[in-house]
Design a protein around this ligand. Structure first.
Ligand SMILES: Nc1ncnc2c1ncn2[C@@H]1O[C@H](COP(=O)(O)OP(=O)(O)OP(=O)(O)O)[C@@H](O)[C@H]1O
Ligand SMILES: [Mg+2]
Length: 243
């Protein structure tokens, strides 16, 4: 069953057609990759799906519900988490404090009102442990390396126990050790039932991790298939070389 679907999404910024009738499908339980040259519309598609941008036309369906007009908070509350190409953390707060901010995020208040403060911090601790940041829990988030910030951001969104997680270039600028760790964590969460849609330029990471890969080119989906199929598709190479 498809968990997430876009139907003929178009979006222009002035004269730039960032998305043109873009259709994608993300199957429940999959790790789906979204690749394509710079400027092909990947981040814009994420922004439209998660409510940060309004499409000019087309629909976004999540669990069969049309969420095209929903605001980011409402989409988050439905069980969709995302990270950003540029991480959004609070640099002056410690890693643990950042987690507590995430817990208190709008929409989670109702859920968490039933929880005691201790179970809340217990949960923050467990997630920091999961992403391997426990040793940095009292460090200001601003002192973390780029890769560690990305792991912190991942811990952030996991607090809400999302059904689907959209990652925008999780491995970009991250050192190889942390990339390996990140891939491992994604796999573990996926085994627990979390669906992933991942934008990434690191081909090795995408090809090793994903069940299916979709290729964006000039605002629309050019190709899709198993990693090996996509890799062997001459149109895909051409799209990369041409832009
Ligand atoms: N807010 C905006 N205002 C104007 N143009 C935009 C805006 N956001 C995106 N664009 C343009 O839309 C097109 C698609 O951009 P987008 O960021 O979605 O590409 P991308 O596939 O994520 O690229 P990259 O791999 O470099 O991150 C580009 O031409 C970009 O310059
Ligand atoms: Mg982008």
């Amino acid at each position: 069953m498809s968990l997430l679907e876009t139907r003929a999404i178009s979006k222009a910024f002035g004269g730039i057609q960032a998305l043109s009738a873009c259709d994608i499908t993300v199957e429940q339980g999959s790790i789906t990759g979204l690749i394509g040259p710079n400027g092909s519309g990947k981040t814009t598609l994420f922004n439209v799906i998660t409510g940060y941008e309004q499409a000019d036309s087309g629909q976004v369906l999540f669990n069969g519900t049309d969420i095209s007009r929903y605001k980011p908070d409402a989409i988050f509350d439905l069980g969709m988490g995302r990270t950003f190409q540029i991480t959004r953390i609070f640099p002056r707060l410690t890693v643990t404090e950042n987690m507590h901010v995430a817990i208190r995020r709008k929409g989670l208040a109702a859920l968490l009102s039933r929880w005691s403060a201790s179970s809340e911090s217990e949960r923050a601790k467990r997630l920091l442990d999961f992403v391997g940041l426990t040793h940095l829990k009292d460090a200001p988030a601003g002192s973390l390396s780029y890769g560690q910030r990305k792991l912190l951001e991942l811990a952030f969104i996991l607090i809400a126990e999302p059904q689907v997680v959209l990652l925008d270039e999780p491995a970009g600028g991250v050192n190889p050790t942390l990339i390996g760790q990140l891939g491992e964590r994604i796999r573990q969460m996926n085994e627990q039932g979390v669906t992933f849609l991942i934008v990434e330029h690191n081909m090795e990471f995408v090809m090793n991790l994903c069940d299916k890969v979709m290729v964006m080119h000039r605002g629309t989906k050019l190709a899709e298939g198993a990693p090996a199929e996509v890799r062997a598709n001459p149109a895909v190479l051409e799209a990369y070389l041409g832009d």
